[in-house]
Design a protein around this ligand. Structure first.
Ligand code: GUN
Length: 293
């Protein structure tokens, strides 16, 4: 289809650039960037994501380390691990894969990560910078990846009306701020919609750009999309599909079948935003390494 935003291809393009920078860094006698991911418990989705991040690290020449802990790990033990990594000069970036088990305070853990190593961009200092219009800190990987995709395709955001559906701290909120900030992929007029929004269809119909990040498969349907709008689908929910070997497939927050008939450009699921999230994370990790050089 010709109106597809090919996140997989664009991600490969950026990965190639990152790999070249790493090769040069190493040939100049510096060590490669090192990302550590902490994975707690056995959540299938989290395992898949962390493994994909580890694989991507290897592809671009980073060192990628996954530290796995059982879901019986205590909050004190996990915090102690984070503090150890914070002061390890051989580690540039740390992510703690969410969600964490209920007995662990996710906010406490993410705020313990040093802002300089917070390549997920979840720390209040990094979120705060972004909220103040300063894009120079670490920006959450998915919104960052989406702006890289918009930039690659030269999609104009300035003066456009962007509607972000969802207000999560990981995607919706930082995405809405990024789109409104003064930058190449910003300067948009942004509306944030959420579960209490009234007249959602009417608002979405005014959007030149829709970012769907609610976690409800098929939530944004074709009748909510203005003819010619750009549609970015962040959703990745596993839905049953007996025709697949695994018994499931990924479905986005956008009803692709109907929305793709009206959108000028649209991201598929899989192969849209997902690969760009990983590219965003790699970008942040390279930035962390460069800062410590
Ligand atoms: N869980 C869902 N998305 C993310 C992410 O971007 N980073 C981390 N650490 N956990 C997540």
């Amino acid at each position: 289809m010709e109106n597809l935003l090919d996140g997989k291809a664009v991600s490969n393009h950026f990965k190639k650039q990152i790999a070249e920078e790493v090769a040069e860094m190493v040939s100049n006698g510096h060590r490669a960037p090192h990302l550590v991911a902490i994975l707690v418990g056995e959540d299938g989705g989290s395992k898949t994501y962390v493994e994909a991040k580890e694989k991507a690290c290897n592809m671009v020449g980073f060192k990628g380390t996954v530290m796995r802990y059982p879901d019986t790990i205590t909050q004190v033990e996990l915090i102690a691990k984070v503090k150890e990594i914070n002061v390890d000069p051989e580690i540039d970036g740390l992510i703690v894969q969410l969600p964490l088990p209920k007995h662990i305070d996710e906010n406490l853990v993410t705020q313990t990560i040093f802002p300089e190593k917070d390549v997920d961009g979840f720390h209040d200092i990094n979120m705060g910078k972004l909220a103040k219009g300063d894009n120079s800190g670490y920006i959450s990987a998915t919104p960052l990846g989406i702006t890289m995709l918009l930039e690659y395709y030269n999609i104009e955001t300035s003066g456009k009306h962007a509607v972000v559906v969802g207000r999560s701290n990981i995607v919706g909120r930082p995405m809405s701020i990024l789109l409104s900030n003064s930058s190449k992929t910003g300067n948009a007029t942004v509306t944030v919609c959420h579960s209490r929004t009234k007249n959602l269809t009417d608002i979405c119909l005014q959007a030149d750009i829709i970012v769907a990040a609610v976690g409800i498969p098929g939530f944004v349907t074709g009748d909510m999309v203005k003819e010619g709008a750009v549609v970015i689908d962040v959703g990745t929910t596993r839905v049953d599909d007996a025709s697949k070997k695994a018994g499931w497939r990924l479905r986005g927050d956008v009803d692709f079948e109907t929305a793709s008939k009206r959108a000028s450009l649209i991201t598929p699921v899989p192969g849209g935003v997902g690969p760009m999230t990983i590219t965003g994370l790699l970008n942040n990790t390279l930035k962390a390494r460069k800062r410590s050089l």
